[in-house]
Every structure is written in C-alpha cells, then in structure tokens.
Ligand binder design. Sequence first.
Ligand SMILES: NC(=O)c1ccc[n+]([C@@H]2O[C@H](COP(=O)([O-])OP(=O)(O)OC[C@H]3O[C@@H](n4cnc5c(N)ncnc54)[C@H](O)[C@@H]3O)[C@@H](O)[C@H]2O)c1
Length: 251
Amino acid sequence: MTVDLSGKVAVVTGSAAGIGRAYALGLAGSGAAVVVADIDETGAKETVGLIEAAGGAACAVGVDVSSKESTLALAAAVRERHGTAHVLVNNAAIFHDLKKYPQLTIDIEYWRKVFSVNLDGALLATQALAPLMIEAGWGRVVVQTSTAAYISAGVYGATKIALLPLIRGFAKELGAHNITVNGIAPGATETPAMLDTVPAERLAELRASQYIPRAGVTDDLVGPLLFLCSDAASWITGQTLVVDGGSTWRL
Ligand SMILES: NC(=O)c1ccc[n+]([C@@H]2O[C@H](COP(=O)([O-])OP(=O)(O)OC[C@H]3O[C@@H](n4cnc5c(N)ncnc54)[C@H](O)[C@@H]3O)[C@@H](O)[C@H]2O)c1
C-alpha cells in the first residue's frame, strides 16, 4: 500500500521485534521518521539498523510502557529529537509466558503485570504523546488489540478486550484535534513470540478453519496500519479492524 507519511514522526511501542518491527519498517518505508520504542533496547537498535539499511530514518528509545515516568521520558525524548509527533502505535504487550499460568492458579502479581503492560501501557503512552499530536493539529493513534478480545479465555483476552472502550474514549476526546484513534485486532500472526506460545497443532487447526486457510504473517498487518494512518482514513475513528483471515467469525 502506498501512503505518504513524509514529514511525519511515528512512535511505535514494542517495535524491537515481531509485528511492531514490521509496523516500524512499514511506516519508515512510507516516509515517516520512526521512533522505535521498546523495553528491549538491543532489539530496538536492530530495528533501527534494518530501517536505515532500507533507506529510512529511525532512532531507538528505551521505554517501559507500564511506567508513567518512562512514557513521559519517551515523550520528552521525542520532543527533544523531533519537536513533534503525529503517529503513535501502541503495540507493546506481553503474552508468551501465559501458557505457564492457568487462570485458576495465576499469581495476582503476574495478572497485574500483564494488565500493566497491555492495558495501562496504551493509556500511559497515549496520555504522554497526545499533547504533541494536539500541538501538531494532526494525529493517528493505533492500538494493537487481538482476536483474543473476542474468542479467547483468560487474562490476555481480558487485557485486549479492555482496550476497545479505551480506543473509543480516546477517539471521543481527541477527535476535535484532528486525531483519529483506532484499533487493529490481528489473528494468529507468525512471530517468534506467537510461535513459542501457541502449540503447533492448535495453529494448524486454526489455519485450516479460517476463511483464508493460510498462516498470517506480519506483512498482512502493515497495509491495514498504513491505511489507518493515511488521509484516506481521516473520518474513521473509534473502530477496531479485525485482520485475521476470517478466523474469528469462521463458524
Ligand atoms: N503474534 C500474534 O499472533 C498476535 C496476535 C494478535 C495480537 N498480537 C499483538 O501484537 C503485538 C505484538 O505481538 P508480537 O507477536 O510481535 O510479540 P513480541 O513479543 O514479538 O513483541 C512485543 C514487543 O513488546 C515489547 N515489550 C514488552 N513489554 C514491554 C514494555 N513494558 N514496554 C515496552 N515494550 C515492551 C517486547 O520487548 C517486544 O519487542 C502485541 O500487542 C500482541 O498482543 C499478536
């Protein structure tokens, strides 16, 4: 998809790996200067290297999205480097340890940790970066949810479904500032973290039952992200786009 984001500054949380890395590469390929924001600073620098090798512009900033102090420091770093921000992709999340934690025995501290990254993280990063977008008079916030919000059981799905009203709440508050806020709900998408989490037999079963019976890959999500960040989507807000090859509503 061709989208012109030249002159725009895009911040992507959780972009040291997986889908976030693909989003960062896609935004940079569309001309945006990308801030690769992740708790994994080594992976973030690798993403910057990939973007630069492809001719794009990026920098890495370490952030823990579950911390207010850290998200404010991220916003300060973006302001210092670029003076502005236009796109925020709230993609950081944790899920790959969850297979070890059945809900009947999940430790409440671990439950809180998952919520603090997956849900609080989107709140805090949006609170921190929104003032820059308001000043810019143009903005796109995209929140990474999951089909787990609709079809999964347990803490991960709970964190992702809770993002849906958060998206609508920010859409309501930021619309007058020419800022749209939308979600993307991917189905199972091949990343090292997902492949390490979902058993191979379950994945094969899922794929076979999808309307489009093939594996989802990170590039399947980049076009939808760029569309939501484009001017073509300027009157779409508060929505969550399910991108899953038809796995959620397959029955
Ligand atoms: N892969 C899938 O099948 C799939 C499906 C639906 C939704 N998702 C969502 O897509 C997003 C990316 O998934 P992925 O498969 O690429 O996973 P991933 O584990 O590869 O990526 C998550 C990134 O978030 C970072 N991160 C974790 N905690 C952080 C924190 N406190 N602060 C900042 N960064 C932090 C990690 O370092 C990592 O780079 C997540 O929101 C996930 O819930 C993934």
